[in-house]
Design a protein around this ligand. Structure first.
Ligand code: ITT
Ligand code: NA
Length: 198
């Protein structure tokens, strides 16, 4: 069994491998298709962007494709960076620059103003079907400095008070038991068998 995921982000690709391989799937991503260009994310919602990525690539490949649009939403920043998480500090998609910008914007604010959540919208698309859309979240806080080497993106800043660790201090398996991506996949699993039979 193969699942095609319309992502070029190596951190997401790794998360999806950890999520799907125990279920007996081989994960294929756009990192395996260097000839396919990045789908431009022009939408203002996670759903619009995930839908565009999934439906564009499903049309190109003529098969079922899953896409993920995700990001971090910080209460004190009115939900920013949100859909702009990947390029928050500019055009380059630098995780270090993005994290530094978040810390600078929060300054010396203490909790509860550092509350945040990760969000993930997944869209499953097929050229002949109406797409299936699901979501998942995880709540946490923005740490005062980055910590941990696992994961990607904002994981070193995303502190989980009940675990006393940042997301980047969790193992890949631990992250993928609780993450926004894991929660979205649980919701996808509730409905995709019926969707596949359509
Ligand atoms: P693709 O569109 O190719 O999938 P992307 O990185 O551009 O890759 P998004 O537009 O969905 O994807 O941006 C998601 C950003 O949100 C990502 O670059 C990270 O900065 C952040 N993010 C999402 N999930 C995350 C996670 O599990 N841990 C840390 N940061 C995450
Ligand atoms: Na993207």
């Amino acid at each position: 069994k193969k699942i095609v995921i319309a992502t070029k982000n190596p951190g997401k690709a790794k998360d999806f491998a950890v999520l799907f391989e125990p279920k007996g799937y081989e994960v294929v991503t756009l990192l395996d298709y260097p000839e396919i260009e990045d789908v431009e994310e022009t939408g203002y919602t996670f759903e619009a962007n995930a839908r565009k990525k999934a439906e564009t690539i499903a049309g190109l490949l003529g098969m079922t494709v899953l896409a993920d649009d995700s990001g971090i939403c910080i209460d004190a920043l009115d939900g920013q960076p949100g859909v702009f998480s990947a390029r928050f500090a500019g055009g380059t998609k630098s995780d270090a620059a993005n994290n530094a910008k978040v810390l600078a914007m929060l300054g010396s604010q203490k909790n509860p103003s550092r509350k945040a959540h990760f969000h993930c919208t997944l869209v499953l698309a097929h050229p002949d079907r109406e797409s299936l859309v699901v979501e998942g979240d995880i709540a946490g806080e923005i740490a005062e400095f980055p910590s941990g080497d696992n994961g990607f993106g904002y994981d070193p800043l995303f502190y989980l008070p009940h675990l006393g660790k940042t997301m980047a201090e969790l193992s890949d398996v631990e992250k993928n038991q609780i993450s926004h991506r894991a929660n979205a996949l649980k919701n996808l699993e509730k409905s995709w068998a019926a969707w596949l039979e359509k």
